[in-house]
Design a binder for this molecule. Structure first.
Ligand code: NAD
Length: 699
């Protein structure tokens, strides 16, 4: 069946796109629109045209199935030019979302009528490209350069009301969209076409100073990204050049973006996030358990934040603590968080009270007996966790899901202390738990498929990206963090200053370097962990200098000094000569002759360590896909999305080279920490990539 059809109603032609599910601009839609314009131009009985869509939305963008393949003609820029050039007025009837190419089609129409519930947007920048079918030239003409820059750089959805205030939409209606669009088309026959491309921008207010100011305002949020700057250049072209030349410039910059590795990386992330909920052994027929009430144990750093996720989506939470004081402190932090949102205008005072009304505090386990899911977030020791789970086993109702937020502990061992290990799994949230998008869902050996399926759905319900991990020390994310931190710390003892290590990794695109991160998390956490491990189980050379800092009370940001020193009330890390003195002493003690380490070497060692551990995790089946590992690292650890996560980054280098590098490191630094992952060796020798592995093992 054709995806574009035309119906003539009197002297108005209604061209309808029907390409489920989102009326994407597949080849057949582009060809259908182009043919319709040609036919209707030649039909003297038709005085005006309406372009409308079937189903739940207006055209919501490009067809992602055509990504990465050569585009078949007609190309969208030609189709939209054809629509705009029509001698008969063309009206867009917009419902749902007009996104990307969909908005570009709408902008090339001469009038736009929309439902009040509709939204528009140009989200291309999120995929590392820019609107390449006139969006960057027409939106500034109709909405003004400032609004256009806002929409194009953020990629956000703009409400119909806001879009109307920008002049993008002519008329909003509550319902009967088609009737309103036809009425608009009839009216338009009197006025004739009104072409967006012919609008002249008054450039006087949008000179170099305006663009310099705008660039400054987005510098932080777009650091390292390639496409945003090209988007700004396009809008500059819209202000300074006639349409035809502006469109040419847009084309050139579009290709620059499309050919830049960042667009591949960002598209990889887009698909990777859509893959995570595909779990072998689970499908839509797997039963789910209803989660109507949640219990949280421990109202500390994590417990309160975890609870907020449920309250935010209308699920009541019972919060359990050991002492009234701790409970009150925990609930107080939650309230403060909501009040902070209210102060920013994101919540009303009534909404804050409504949300707080979802919380019940208790000191008694018996109050958890009606919970469908109970998440434990108490101190990180096996002994305490076991005590808690023994209690839970006693009070939880049949079929309740019992979860631990443990960062490192063995979830199988925790499950084994209950009589219902099939109901137990890990739900590992990231700090701050009400903000961070990542949730590691830790599947223990005996976790029942319906428990896992329920939690995978639940992650989406609380707006997290849930990645399933197997049981191992640190699961996916923290397990990889460990060798990354080791290499960073070794660089310091071998000759780099802490701030040099941080700057190198910050410049690679990490939100902060590992030294600053340690200070923020508390240097004492790693210290305590190592005390429990025994010196034979970790690289003492890397950490002895850090342990000396902790022993001198330098526990990190919380006490104003750690690897760096902090001025009172200031979170800016300041290098401290006293720390350098300790580092130098420790180097001398180890007989290390300190030498400068180039930033590229620091980055390479840290990245290779991440990749090798990732490959081990994948080879051991602790992650289902390499792309899941990328989702963990981008969403939980701030790995730059434009590099596509560590595994995609490895693919972009080439696994043969990565493998050779890791073998070379094993030669130079010794094999203990640099044993190449067997899977990496296998893929490198077969000339394959992690993406090939994912394709061949798609579950
Ligand atoms: P925290 O010390 O801030 O809070 C723990 C809370 O648990 C305290 O309020 C304590 O009073 C309470 N508690 C202790 N024993 C209890 C018991 N038997 N019954 C009820 N309450 C009890 O710790 P946190 O940082 O919130 O960490 C909690 C868990 O989350 C740990 O397993 C940790 O590894 C994990 N985790 C922490 C982070 C993080 O960044 N802090 C991130 C991910 C996971």
């Amino acid at each position: 069946m054709s995806t574009v059809s035309t119906e003539i109603q009197g002297d108005i032609a209604v061209v309808t796109v029907n390409n489920p599910p989102v009326n994407a601009l597949s080849h057949s839609v582009r060809a259908g629109l182009s043919d319709a314009m040609k036919t209707l131009s030649a039909n003297d009985a038709v005085k005006a045209v309406v372009i409308a869509c079937e189903g739940r939305t207006f055209i919501a963008g490009a067809d992602i199935r055509e990504f990465g393949k050569p585009m078949q003609e007609p190309h969208l820029p030609d189709v939209v030019n054809e629509i705009e050039a029509m001698e008969k007025p063309v009206v867009a009837a917009i419902h749902g979302t007009a996104l990307g190419g969909g908005l570009e089609v709408a902008l090339s129409c001469h009038y736009r009528v929309a439902l009040t519930s509709a939204k528009i947007g140009l989200p291309e920048v999120k995929l590392g490209i820019l609107p390449g079918a006139g969006g960057t030239q027409r939106l500034p003409r109709i909405a003004g350069p400032a609004n256009a820059l806002d929409a194009i750089i953020s990629g956000r959805h703009v409400s119909a009301k806001e879009a109307k205030s920008w002049g993008v939409l002519d008329e909003l209606v509550e319902d009967d969209l088609l009737a309103a669009a036809i009425a608009c088309a009839k009216e338009a026959t009197k006025k004739g076409p009104r072409r967006t491309g012919e609008i002249e921008i008054d450039g006087s207010a949008f000179g170099d100073e305006f663009f310099a100011g705008f660039r400054k305002s987005i510098a932080r949020q777009t650091r390292g990204y390639f496409a945003p700057e090209r988007c700004v250049q396009c809008v500059e072209a819209a202000v300074k050049l006639p349409l035809a030349e502006g469109l040419k410039r847009e084309r050139e910059l579009f290709y620059e973006c499309a050919q830049n590795p960042q667009s591949r990386a960002l598209q990889h992330m887009f698909f990777a996030e859509r893959q995570v909920s595909r779990i072998p052994g689970i499908d839509k027929d797997t039963p789910r358990r209803a989660i109507k009430k949640v219990g949280i144990i421990g109202a500390g750093t994590m417990g309160g934040g975890i609870a907020m996720n449920f309250a935010n989506v209308g699920i009541p939470v019972t919060l359990l603590e050991v002492q009234q004081e701790a409970l009150e402190r925990g609930l107080g932090v939650v309230r403060k968080n909501y009040e902070r949102s209210a102060a920013k205008g994101k919540l009303t005072a009534e909404q804050v009270e409504g949300l707080m009304g979802q919380f019940t505090g208790t000191l008694s386990y018996d109050d958890l007996s009606d919970c469908d899911l109970i998440i434990e977030a108490v101190f990180e020791t096996m002994e305490i966790k076991k005590k808690v789970f023994t209690e839970l086993d006693r009070v939880a109702k049949d079929g309740a899901i019992l979860a631990s937020n443990t960062s490192y502990l063995d979830v199988n061992e925790i499950a084994a202390c209950t009589k219902r290990p099939e109901d137990v799994l890990g739900l590992h949230f990231f700090s701050p738990a009400n903000v961070m998008r990542l949730l590691e869902i830790v599947r223990a050996d005996k976790t029942a498929p319906d428990v896992l399926a329920t939690c995978v759905d639940l992650a989406k319900a609380i707006r997290k990206v849930g990645v399933v991990a197997g049981v191992c020390h640190g699961f996916i994310g923290n397990r990889m963090l460990s060798p990354y931190g080791r290499e960073a710390s070794l660089a310091v003892i071998e000759g780099a200053k802490p701030e040099e290590v941080d700057v190198a990794l910050f410049n690679f695109g990490m939100p902060m370097g590992p030294m600053t991160m340690s200070d923020m998390a508390g240097v004492d956490i790693g210290y305590l962990n190592r005390q429990g491990m025994g010196r034979e189980n970790y690289e003492t050379k890397a950490y002895d200098w850090v342990d000396r800092l902790v022993e001198q009370g330098r526990k990190g940001l919380k006490v104003g000094k750690g690897i760096y020193t902090y001025a009172e009330g200031d979170r800016t890390p300041q290098p401290d000569p006293a720390v350098m003195a300790i580092i130098e002493e420790e180097s001398a003690k180890l007989g290390i002759e300190r030498k400068a380490i180039p930033a590229e070497d620091i980055v390479e060692r840290c990245m290779m360590a991440l990749i090798n551990e990732g490959a081990k995790i994948l080879g051991e089946g602790k992650a289902y896909r390499a792309s899941d590992i990328d989702v963990v690292y981008v969403n939980g650890y701030g790995y730059p999305p434009y590099r596509g996560g560590p595994m995609h980054y490895a693919d972009s280098i080439g696994l043969e080279k990565v493998y050779a590098k890791i073998c070379a490191f094993a030669e130079t630094f010794g094999p203990r920490w640099w044993q190449p992952a067997p899977l990496l060796k296998e893929l490198a020798e077969a000339g394959k990539s992690f993406a090939d592995y994912d394709r061949e093992n798609a579950g």
